[in-house]
Design a binder for this molecule. Structure first.
Ligand code: CUA
Length: 446
């Protein structure tokens, strides 16, 4: 700016001087004497801007390198691995921490820390824009961009998507909550707990339980557990709902569930035509909910929803839920790390989504087949397999299958695509003589 000011003062000064000094005076006729071909002057006015612009070029490049975590800035000793990953979706921001915490729309940041943020997109070009904390940066599908994210003072900073990305673009906000490190750590710890909290004021625990069953019934998890829709973990702790279209209150949640499109035109969440009572139950559940997290998540009850009346267990299985075992897992678990129990005679309705980048399948087979691993993974019950178990379900696809767990015993849940069990892609199914179904992390006692 100083340089620019100097140049404009110089130019305007000379212009004003020339206007006054060489103005037309009374009695003057025709043009003033014309001057041509002064070589020294021509060289000077060519060379000066050339030198100036060349200098400015190098100053600009060096400033650009130091203002973004590109290769050179990454060499200056700052921590280089991204401490946070921000992913643009139509139309909400997904926020992932190395601790495994995944949230949406509201980003927590410790004050005074300079974080490298990796910016990505899963669909179209978005632009992450938090004007008080850093530059605007594009979120491009198939490419990762990096920025520094740093807040000097605690507070809530408002940002948004800065690039038109479709009907919901205006409602793709992002709030940054900058807080002291201790508070940030406490928040992160709280996000990693997975017990269902108390329902919001005015709602009852039994409404929340009803809501959990509805959540399973409508397979909400097949989007919200798989980052197709925002994670709903600790939804109650967030200030924004629907990507920022409305503030997050139980009353807004009910309106949102009853007719999402009225609040956010174009939104990808369908209208499930819920009754007001159902919307209320779901609100009781979601506004007190906490769902499993990746890295250190425990398996929460809503991955397995039990309907005692119809004797049906709805089981949400996600292949490649997180990076555990390089994606060779179910719901984040493999190598027998997850145990599903259902009573004999139960109908098991499996909602299977492949979130990994390779084809995977889900088959319930005899437990001994895991040890033998000879490639034969015949279903232990009629229909206890996703279609085409050997070739697998294409990445991104969702499939449902239902079977009856007819006989008590120990079984394995495997991916029958050759080699995948060896990579660790197997868990345990216990069919008990009676009792309530459960889903647990940890090795089975057998
Ligand atoms: Cu995303 Cu505009």
């Amino acid at each position: 700016m100083l340089l620019g000011l100097l140049i404009s003062v110089g130019i305007v000064g000379v212009m004003i001087y020339a206007l006054i000094r060489f103005r037309a005076r009374p009695g003057q006729e025709g043009e003033p004497p014309q001057t041509f071909g002064i070589t020294r002057l021509e060289i000077a006015w060519t060379a000066t801007p050339f030198v100036l612009v060349t200098l400015l070029f190098f100053v600009t490049v060096s400033a650009m390198q130091h203002s973004s975590p590109g290769q050179i800035a990454l060499n200056d000793g700052a921590r280089t691995e991204p401490r946070i990953t921000i992913i643009g979706h139509q139309w909400w921001w997904e926020i992932r921490y190395p601790s495994g915490v995944v949230t949406a729309s509201v980003l927590h940041l410790p004050v005074g820390q300079r974080w490298v943020a990796a910016i990505k997109s899963v669909d179209v070009i978005h632009s992450f824009w938090e004007p008080q904390l850093g530059p605007k940066i594009q979120a491009v599908p198939g490419q990762t961009n990096y920025i520094w994210l740093e807040a000097d003072r605690p507070g809530v900073y408002h940002g948004s998507c800065g690039e038109f990305c479709g009907a919901g673009h205006a409602w793709m906000l992002v709030d940054v909550v900058a807080e002291p490190m201790a508070k940030f750590k406490a928040w992160e710890q709280q996000q990693m707990t997975s017990s269902l909290g108390s329902p919001p004021a005015g709602f009852t625990a039994s409404e929340a339980t009803q809501g959990a069953a509805l959540f399973g019934h409508y397979s909400c998890g097949s989007c919200h557990f798989t980052a197709i829709g925002p994670s709903l973990t600790h939804m109650a702790s967030r200030s924004l709902l629907a990507g920022g279209a409305i503030s997050n209150t139980p009353a807004h949640m009910e309106q949102w569930l009853l007719n999402p499109d009225a609040i956010k035109p174009g939104v990808h969440m369908p209208n499930f035509q819920l009754s007001e009572l159902q919307a209320r139950d779901l609100t009781a559940y979601l506004e007190s909910a906490s769902a499993p997290q990746s890295a250190s998540h425990s398996v929460a009850s809503h991955w397995l929803v039990w309907n005692a009346k119809s004797h049906t267990a709805t089981l949400t299985l996600v292949a490649g839920y997180n990076s555990a075992l390089s994606g060779f897992n179910f719901d984040g678990y493999g190598k027998g790390g997850m145990v599903i129990s259902v009573p004999a005679g139960a109908h098991v309705n499996v909602v299977f989504t492949n979130k990994a980048s390779l084809p995977h399948s889900a088959v319930f087979t005899a437990y001994r087949n895991v040890q033998a691993a000879s490639g034969g993974f015949a279903p232990a019950f009629q229909g206890a397999s996703s279609p085409n178990p050997v070739s697998g379900t294409t990445p991104g696809q969702k499939q449902q299958f239902t079977f009856v767990a007819t006989k008590a015993g120990t079984y394995a849940l495997v991916c029958a695509v050759p080699g995948h069990v060896q990579a660790g892609m197997w868990d345990v199914l216990m069919v008990t003589k009676s009792g309530a179904p459960s889903i647990k992390a940890g090795k089975a006692a057998m």
